[in-house]
Ligand binder design. Structure first.
Ligand code: DLL
Length: 432
């Protein structure tokens, strides 16, 4: 086993974890005070100095950072090290506003890759595995993070990147990939293609590490069944490092947050007040070991619940639930709160692949709400009568779940544009 892997860190006592966090937080606050003028100014505005921060209990005194701060400080304003000491830049695709650009020293890359290595080990990965990385390489953190983690575990790493499904399948069968890392929507797409080509018996996959977008338990079961694997969730965000901030273990009941590197809080998204454990709210992270992009109390906008209930796997680090939506992507349609994940649940329950697009518009001061849904090859029909019946049944199921009526349009398999990175689920024309 590679040198990085220290299971004792992941099974340390709560007291030990707290002691690491206290010590590292105090140091980190001094670092940003001295080296990140943007954050120092925010602390001064709140009347806080490093002397006020003696332990994690004082964390609440520190100001939050948000995506707006990142935009304001773009590109270099939140750096904690001179560019000459940094070795890497990663970035988000920047579909809304300016893209997020994050910096890493070699130390930061190392700790990030350690986090991803832990995720691979948690799904049973060893040096005997062939780890097929089909997340995008480049600015997106998915490819680079899992690639580095796979090296640290000592897996034979296949740096496929995303796209070119035929080539993915050829390598997968020829080289005997055993672990696949990609977005869940791409995993579902690969599963469909494997089914169509009738090559399931040539696939040696045993586990998948899927994240970067929301996916439901139903989608997990669907992928597991179709690919004959166990499908694990992995979470992260560019601002905090990338994938591996948290990951699922064999219990598949929440993702362990790497608490020796990140302190997690749950806050009320409206008031900013810290909520007690077990309450649902916005996830906030403080990086306590990063040098180049040391974000403190960064508001993720992801809505989750934290739990310290003992995990059968023996890991002691706190677990987060799957994000249940974002405090900023919840749709309000005709006054009703709608989460895309609810629509996904209905589709999978009704036997559709989770490939859909929600189109919201406003006509004559009233919201229109359409859900375009792909039929699966199994339930595909070109009979108008049959399609109308199927659409009617989906309208009923969606109404029961959401409490409002949607117009449903069924389309042929593989007609909704799929990016092999993240799926575009919502087109909200009201904002345009
Ligand atoms: O998506 C990092 C990543 C890559 C995670 C590969 C997992 C695997 P960003 O592009 O900065 O980074 O997007 C971060 O994606 O705030 C969540 O809203 C969402 N997200 C990430 N992982 C999950 C997940 C990467 N497992 C944003 N489930 C985050 C649901 C997720 N949402």
């Amino acid at each position: 086993m590679a040198k990085y892997y220290q299971p004792e860190i992941e099974t340390a006592s709560q007291e030990q974890i707290r002691a690491w966090q206290n010590e590292r937080l105090v140091e980190q606050v001094k670092h940003v005070w001295n080296d990140v003028p943007y954050y120092r100014k925010k602390m001064e505005e709140k009347g806080v100095t490093p002397d006020d921060i003696k332990s994690v209990d004082d964390l609440y005194k520190l100001p939050f950072l948000t995506k707006d701060d990142l935009r304001e400080a773009y590109p270099y304003g939140l750096m904690g090290k001179p560019a000459s000491e940094c070795v890497r830049i990663q970035s988000t695709s920047g579909t809304t506003g300016k893209r997020v650009v994050a910096f890493y020293t070699q130390h930061d890359v190392d700790l990030w890759e350690d986090c991803c290595a832990r995720a691979i080990v948690a799904v049973g990965g060893t040096k005997d595995d062939v780890c097929h990385v089909a997340y995008g390489y480049g600015l997106f953190t998915g490819g680079a993070g899992l690639h580095g983690g796979s090296h640290k575990v000592g897996c034979l790493t296949l740096p496929m990147s995303s796209g070119n499904t035929d080539r993915q399948l050829q390598f997968m069968t020829d080289l005997g990939s055993t672990i696949i890392c990609c977005t869940p929507s791409y995993a579902a797409y690969l599963a469909e293609s494997i089914y169509e080509k009738g090559i399931r018996d040539q696939i040696k996959l045993k586990a998948g590490i899927f994240g970067a977008e929301a996916w439901s338990e139903e989608m997990r079961r669907d992928i597991e069944e179709k690919l004959g694997i166990r499908a694990y969730d992995i979470y992260g965000l560019t601002e905090i490092s990338g994938p591996g901030v948290s990951f699922e273990c064999e219990a598949q009941m929440g993702m362990h947050i790497n608490e020796d590197h990140f302190i997690a809080e749950i806050i009320d998204p409206d008031t900013g007040e810290v909520l007690p454990e077990g309450e649902k709210g916005e996830l906030v992270f403080t990086c306590i070991t990063k040098e180049a992009f040391p974000l403190i109390r960064y508001r993720t906008r992801d809505i989750c619940v934290l739990s310290r209930k003992p995990c059968p796997c023996g890991r002691t680090h706190v677990k987060m639930s799957k994000p249940m939506g974002r405090s900023d992507d919840m749709l309000i349609i005709r006054g009703v709160n709608v989460f895309p994940s609810q629509i996904e649940t209905v589709l999978i329950e009704q036997g559709y692949p989770a490939n859909y697009q929600i189109i919201v518009d406003r006509v004559n001061n009233s919201d229109t709400f359409e859900v375009m849904v792909e039929m699966s090859p199994e339930n595909f029909s070109d009979s108008l009568k049959k399609i109308t019946e199927m659409e009617k049944s989906l309208v009923g199921a969606l109404k029961a779940m959401l409490g409002i009526a949607a117009k449903v349009k069924l389309v042929a398999p593989k007609t909704i544009a799929r990016s092999e990175g993240k799926a575009v689920r919502v087109i909200d024309k009201r904002k345009i």
